[in-house]
Design a protein around this ligand. Structure first.
Ligand code: ACO
Length: 403
């Protein structure tokens, strides 16, 4: 019995044995066939295929199909899937009006999650999580409309007119045109940027039970519809310890560059945990080795920046910080390596995206994973509503004053 009057017996009285696992470090919440990670060896596979092979040979829409349906599509299956997505890229005109209500300087992540939530009010014919036809149509609607919403959130934030989709273009090209194009001018897609963006989307497409995916599953486990579940996942992703880290990394590098501070002094601050400062883009709950996605992005960052004719001093600062970290006991002992977010922001910046859009790009990439995981859960007869227990640490029973 503790001095607060609570005994272990009273804590467990109604539950039997409860496992306390803060942050679910060691708790599997589900069984899944979708993504395999070996954090010690730095291995990531979607449906059995190694991430480096998919990054080199596949496309984002093909990977989306693979994650959602379990197998690589035959050519005619892929073109049917892509055509279907193309047919649904438009937003209802009334949904466009939502964007006018947000302040001009609104961050595009909450704009995206609000608009995704609102999709459910426009498409009430696809909300039943157990009707396969409705799930198919909401899957396609989400894949098709999220890039349109994301591009509109960007246009809103810079005060430019919204662009309608051009469905003669590919998934990535269409998104780029809606983001960077103007209504009266023809837009030419830069193939280097399109290829790089497609690759980055592939690398983000799924990552088993990370914070946002677990959120999508938890919300969905209450039989919430796909739009609402994905909207909740977008909110989870916005946090700087999760998807928001890509924006935070660039801000960290920008500050270092602008101040001219010595990176070594900054790293001392990180190690001393001064003001809670962390090396953003470093460390991972599962990878205790180099994040295989970061390795691909790092290699690609040099290539893309060179092809785009850019020489970004922030890339040198990032490489310098990595070099210091990999030779420092603090990082070595804790097995802290660059994660996928460490180098992605530099590529996004070189492509012309503002840092506020970085996490939105992550959300577009992660969308097929959220959808695949939600669908898998809904079809799993072992699924139960997610409802963790707690260890109560509050006051023992006491009387209301005067009673
Ligand atoms: N910089 C400095 N120290 C760190 C960092 C970091 N980036 N990450 C972890 N540590 C330290 C912690 O202070 C802790 O030290 P201690 O043992 O002395 O207390 C130790 O390493 C373990 O860290 P935890 O926070 O317990 O690890 P956890 O698995 O809970 O957190 C996380 C993982 C959130 C990713 C963490 O490494 C972090 O905050 N990284 C920076 C943010 C980031 O890049 N997030 C993106 C993750 S990838 C993604 O979402 C796509």
């Amino acid at each position: 019995e503790g001095n607060d009057g609570l005994s272990v017996g009273s804590l467990l009285k109604d539950t039997g044995l409860v496992t306390y696992d803060a942050g679910f470090v060691n708790t599997a919440s589900c069984k899944s066939d979708i993504t395999y990670i070996d954090g010690d060896a730095g291995i990531l596979r979607y449906r059995g295929y190694p991430i480096d092979q998919l990054a080199e040979h596949s496309t984002f829409t093909e990977v989306a199909y693979l994650l959602i349906y379990g197998e690589l599509p035959a050519p005619e299956e892929l073109s049917r899937f892509e055509d279907n997505i193309r047919r649904h890229t438009m937003l209802h005109e009334d949904l466009r009006a939502f964007f006018n209500g947000f302040p001009r300087d609104a961050h595009p992540m909450p704009v995206l999650s609000s608009a995704v939530s609102a999709l459910g009010t426009f498409y009430q014919d696809s909300l039943d999580p157990f009707d396969q036809e409705q799930v198919e149509i909401s899957t396609v609607r989400l894949l098709a409309k999220v890039p349109t919403i994301a591009a509109m959130a960007h246009k809103k934030s810079i005060g430019q007119p919204y662009m309608y989709p051009d469905n003669s273009l590919s998934f990535v090209e269409n998104f780029m045109r809606m983001t960077f194009g103007y209504p009266v001018e023809p837009y030419e897609v830069d193939p280097t940027v399109a290829k790089a963006l497609d690759l980055l989307f592939i690398l983000h497409a799924d990552h088993e039970q990370n914070c946002s995916t677990s959120t999508v599953r938890l919300v969905g486990s209450a039989h919430a519809n796909l739009f609402n579940s994905v909207s909740a996942g977008i909110h989870a992703l916005s946090g700087p310890l999760h998807g928001g880290a890509n924006q935070a990394v660039l801000e960290m590098l920008g500050k270092l560059h602008a101040s001219g501070d010595d990176p070594k002094a900054f790293m001392e601050k990180v190690k001393n945990k001064e003001d809670g400062v962390r090396l953003m883009g470093f460390g991972h709950r599962v990878y205790k080795n180099y994040d295989p996605r970061a390795a691909i992005v790092k290699k690609y960052a040099d290539e893309v920046l060179e092809k785009l004719g850019q020489n970004d001093p922030l890339l040198d600062i990032a490489k310098g910080l990595e070099e210091i970290a990999l030779a420092d006991d603090y990082f070595v002992e804790r097995k802290l390596y660059p994660n996928v977010d460490f180098y992605t922001g530099l590529i996004y910046k070189a492509m012309g995206f503002e840092s506020k859009m970085f996490t939105v790009l992550f959300a577009i990439g992660r969308l097929p994973g959220w959808i695949a995981q939600w669908r898998e859960m809904m079809n799993d007869p072992e699924t139960k509503i997610g409802r963790p227990r707690q260890i109560y640490t509050g006051s023992p029973e006491r009387s209301y004053p005067g009673v």
